[in-house]
Ligand binder design. Structure first.
Ligand code: AGP
Length: 606
């Protein structure tokens, strides 16, 4: 949520910063801005513009402001406080235009601080909460920027990742973090600060994650943080975070779903033992044998993976499992004991609500496990142990391949917990062998992309959609609906098939299609009854069915087939057409696929 780039080193050209900022645009794209030190003029220049980074780049080109020098700081915004306009865009500065900063997060006591600062004579020009930080730093500035930042932050309540420069203390960039991700990219003759590794990847793969309450002082030749910190290697390459020949990141990432499965299972299946190897859990393996209850906590799409995990873990591992969304869990009074473990699921590992729930559980002494895609993320650092999904960088705001990675990881965990308990060898072997077949089966589903595109075009003018499913595929109904609304802005809801008759059916008519997820599983016949109920009310139906099911063609309007697999693994195949359906519908409607309105990747504010 919002993107920060800061740079100090050999490069003198702000266009380098713009290039890095572009790789963060998926984090927020309401407005963008840059401030850079010009060493000839001994001054800091500022340009900021509402809209996309293209607008900022154009404004910089037209400004005739020479960029020869650094440090520079840049920001791409997802608005929280203050409208989407040039003034509220970052960087923000103090009264004398000497201190400039970019900020991610929310200053919760900004109103109170602002009133105080106004009384002291400070002049504000924006409605943005961030502006209080620049005035606070101005208040405490006596020639040393980091000292002023340190004093200012003592007065602040809320969350921040920030990068600050001052023309009165040049040759230095100060970065600080509290509950909003920030890392340093370390390279020869240059140091970058960024809210996300994608920004630094073309410069360096060596990063250091800042921890909460840490302040880093960056100079061209070195950096200073109070604590000795490990350098982490980014595991993916810059190329992996490029669109390549695909028109959108989302399509590329859907097409990478088979690979996401392969990566998640690589080296982890032990077929003969019907077991899986999860290195990230080895330190807690013994303790996990004692666990008799699981809590799964996540937000958005990841929460649908959690919900699927609940069915898997209860049916095959026999562990009572409860799921909740992070934003609610943090305000509940969860009843936990020493035999409870909580599993937090997050692609980014930076989702504020999920992290808050994690911290609440840690506070209670509950074992916290993580499933994340982001190596070195806050979640991965704060959990006791965990499993990486290894899905590779996901850039589109709508999560697809990372979701598949989460489902696979939950299936692996099911075998892991199950085999620690009552799961028979043959059952473990069966799940493991079906998991190994999934990449090929997923490829088969993707081959139907042209047909799914035709179906999407056929229904694109409908304004409302139900997605229904039962058991393992109920969460997929919610996932399909979320994806469609996120990127096409059509109204869609995921409903448990059995709930239709309790209300949702009232809306069905010839213009209200339903996507029915109906693989040939243990609840297939029940789902067929739902299909009949919808048809009796003239509702159009698109069915996701198992290959070989010819009968269903006579009951519904359109069918998309998925290959046969174990019931518990059907969601991994049934969700692929749902991702494609959402994608092609949004394309047919001419929407901004990778950067849907009002949203941003990674929600780092509450
Ligand atoms: C998915 O398409 C969404 N953009 C969103 O629901 C996302 O899954 C949610 O914000 C959780 O993100 P996380 O996995 O990074 O925690």
């Amino acid at each position: 949520m919002c993107g920060i780039v800061g740079y100090i080193g050999k490069n003198q050209d702000i266009r380098m910063g713009i290039e890095a900022l572009r790789r963060l645009e998926y984090r927020g794209y309401d407005s963008a801005g840059a401030a850079w030190y010009n060493s000839d003029k001994k001054d800091i220049f500022l340009v900021k513009k509402a809209g996309r980074i293209d607008n900022l780049e154009k404004a910089i080109q037209e400004s005739n402001l020479v960029s020869s020098g650094n440090p520079f700081i840049l920001h791409t915004r997802w608005a929280t406080h203050g409208g989407v306009d040039d003034i509220n865009a970052h960087p923000h500065s103090d009264c004398k235009n000497e201190i400039f900063l970019v900020h991610n997060g929310i200053i919760e006591n900004y109103q109170e601080l602002k009133e105080k600062l106004i009384k002291e004579g400070h002049k504000f020009c924006s409605q943005c909460d961030t502006e209080v930080l620049s005035h606070l730093i101005e208040k405490y500035f006596q020639g040393n920027l980091e000292e002023a930042v340190r004093k200012a932050l003592k007065e602040v309540r809320g969350t921040y990742g920030l990068a600050v420069i001052s023309k009165k203390d040049p040759g230095k960039l100060v970065a600080a973090r509290l509950s909003s991700p920030l890392l340093l990219g370390i390279n020869q003759d240059e140091i970058l600060v960024a809210s996300d590794p994608s920004a630094v990847i073309t410069h360096t793969r060596q990063v250091i994650n800042l921890d909460d309450n840490e302040i880093a002082v960056l100079k061209p030749e070195n950096f200073f943080i109070l604590k000795e910190k490990p350098v982490i290697q980014i595991e993916w390459t810059a190329e992996e975070a490029q669109k390549g020949d695909y028109p959108h990141f989302m399509l590329k990432e859907i097409m990478e779903e088979p690979e996401a499965i392969e990566n998640a299972i690589r080296g982890r299946l032990i077929p003969e033992e019907g077991q899986v190897k999860l290195g990230g859990l080895s330190s807690v393996e013994k303790k996990l044998r004692e666990i008799n209850r699981l809590l799964l906590v996540a937000c958005g799409t990841a929460s649908y993976a959690a919900r699927t995990g609940e069915y898997m873990l209860e049916e095959y591992a026999g562990i009572p499992t409860e799921i909740d969304i992070g934003s609610e869990f943090r305000y509940r009074k969860p009843i936990v004991d020493k035999k409870t473990a909580a599993i937090f699921i997050s692609q980014s590992g930076e989702t504020a609500d999920t992290l808050a729930a994690l911290r609440e559980m840690k506070e209670k002494g509950t074992m916290a496990l993580g499933i994340t895609n982001a190596v070195g993320s806050t979640q991965s650092r704060e959990t006791d142990a965990g499993v990486y999904t290894r899905s590779g960088p996901e850039i589109a705001v709508a999560s697809t391949k990372a979701f598949i990675g989460q489902l696979i990881t939950l299936a692996l965990l099911t075998v892991y917990f199950g085999r620690q308990r009552d799961m028979a060898l043959v059952m473990g072997q069966r799940i493991v062998s079906e998991l190994a077949k999934l990449p090929e089966l997923a490829r088969k589903v993707l081959k139907q992309a042209p047909e799914i595109e035709k179906i999407a075009k056929k229904y694109k003018d409908c304004k409302n959609f139900w997605f229904i499913g039962r058991k393992y595929n109920y969460p997929m109904a919610m996932e399909g609906a979320l994806k469609l609304k996120e990127i096409s802005y059509l109204h869609a809801e995921g409903v448990a098939s059995g709930e239709l008759k309790h209300g949702a059916l009232a809306l069905i008519d010839e213009n209200f299609p339903t996507i029915v997820i109906s693989p040939s599983d243990s609840v297939y016949e029940k789902t067929i009854s739902n299909i009949q109920e919808i048809k009796a009310r003239k509702g159009p139906i698109i069915a996701i069915a198992t290959e070989g099911n010819e009968e269903i063609k006579n009951l519904v309007d359109d069918v998309i087939y998925i290959p046969k697999t174990l019931e518990m693994l059907t969601p991994i195949l049934s969700v692929i057409p749902l991702h494609l359906f959402a994608y092609y519908t949004a394309v047919a409607l001419g929407k901004d696929i990778d950067k849907p309105r009002n949203l941003a990747k990674s929600v780092t504010v509450e």
